[in-house]
Design a protein around this ligand. Structure first.
Ligand code: DCP
Ligand code: CA
Ligand code: CA
Length: 362
């Protein structure tokens, strides 16, 4: 099952402020160069109806929505991260296995829970949606399929507040008519290249010999395209975030060098990170403090521990020490944003860090 929250940043803003309801809402990343420069992060479905899209210049969105009583807001990542954590906690409860893939989406493996019976999916999803709606007042779109690829494509099939169940015998019927650009992993450029080969739909792609695809796209991609177009995907739902680190960052009320005033912020961020560690049954062997100074330069300090810890008090006291050291190193600048990062993550009870595989051996 793949769950993706609808127009996430904008939906959270609507939830926080009921006066936004029924108006076009555009969430923006302002670059600061001029008052209107920057890009659209996302927009609610009312704004989308007029043609506003993620990534579009803010000025263009303003033009499209002029006279439409639209509301433009700056992104508030701290809020979205907090809401995301809550929703992910809920989703986690519904899965045999849980894998968060971005701020607003996750896979859960529900094979055991539903005893492999697709007939049970609809009712189960209704329960998931109802819980997210009642606890967090948000809607999401859900896809159910025999593997991650199909579930992911199914969740974007019907939005917002959608549900699409693709049973194993229907996989081909689901994929075949779609434009090849809808296949997960195929971007505009690849779609164009495929178009030139006469491949327009996923069915066209599925019919091409794998050897020919390998010739054109190389072994890894060629094989992937062949399998994906045929609905085959054997990637398991990874029972934790595949992240190598977890971090949280906050903007201080005012720029400061006062350690005492930053300690409560450090403590709060540590607790947020700790929730994430617990959710995934992880501990950490490295703790770090991150700072963004008033001149927007980034400075950090971290410490590797002798043995992994999950103890919040240990983490908090190390962070205070690190911040003190950092302040001594950088004597001239005020701190604007403060963050906490834990890494060298490992599953509790196991010794190996999960990122060991990726580490460059010297
Ligand atoms: N996002 C962004 N810039 C982009 C795409 C996305 O800042 N180019 C942010 C804002 C989105 C969030 O990530 O709210 C999640 O991205 P999605 O692609 O899932 O898009 P939405 O949730 O906004 O909309 P949808 O209802 O289509 O899922
Ligand atoms: Ca989304
Ligand atoms: Ca998403």
């Amino acid at each position: 099952m793949h769950i993706d929250l609808d127009y996430f940043f904008a939906q959270v803003e609507e939830r926080e402020n009921s006066s936004l309801k029924d108006k076009p809402v555009v969430v923006c990343v302002y670059s600061g160069r001029t008052e209107h420069s920057g890009a659209v992060s996302t927009a609610n479905y009312i704004a989308r109806k007029f043609g506003v899209k993620s990534g579009m210049p803010i000025m263009l969105a303003e033009k499209i929505l002029s006279g439409k009583d639209a509301v433009f807001l700056a992104v508030n990542h701290e809020l979205y991260d907090k809401v995301s954590d809550k929703v992910m906690g809920i989703i986690n409860e519904f899965g045999d296995k849980f894998e968060q893939v971005s701020v607003d989406e996750a896979f859960i493996d529900v094979t055991k829970r539903l005893a492999g019976d697709f007939e049970k999916a609809e009712e189960f999803v209704a329960e998931v949606k109802k819980t997210i709606k009642s606890k967090e007042r948000l809607t999401c779109s859900v896809g159910v399929g025999p593997n991650k690829l199909i579930a992911k494509m199914a969740s974007s099939f019907k939005k917002p507040d959608g549900l699409t169940v693709v049973k194993p015998p229907d996989v081909k019927k689901f994929l075949n008519p779609m434009p090849v650009g809808k296949l997960y992993g195929i971007g505009e450029k690849t779609e164009e290249k495929m178009g030139k080969l006469g491949v327009k739909t996923i069915e066209d792609l599925a019919r091409i010999e794998v050897s020919k695809l390998i010739e054109i796209f190389g072994k890894k991609l060629g094989t992937y395209f062949h399998l994906a177009a045929n609905g085959i995907d054997n990637e398991p739902v990874q029972d934790r975030e595949s992240a190598e680190s977890l971090s949280r960052i906050a903007t201080l009320k005012e720029d400061t060098r006062n350690l005492e005033s930053m300690i409560p912020v450090l403590n709060r961020l540590s607790e947020e990170v700790k929730v994430r560690l617990d959710m995934q049954n992880l501990n950490c062997a490295s703790v770090g403090v991150i700072t963004v100074m008033e001149d927007l330069t980034l400075h950090s300090k971290s410490r590797t521990l002798d043995s992994p810890t999950e103890d919040i008090e240990t983490i908090k006291s190390i962070l205070i020490e690190l911040l003190e050291m950092l302040l001594k190193d950088k004597t001239d600048l005020n701190i604007r944003r403060l963050g906490v990062k834990v890494s060298k993550l490992s599953e509790k009870g196991k010794q190996k860090p999960i990122n060991e595989f990726f580490e460059v051996k010297s």
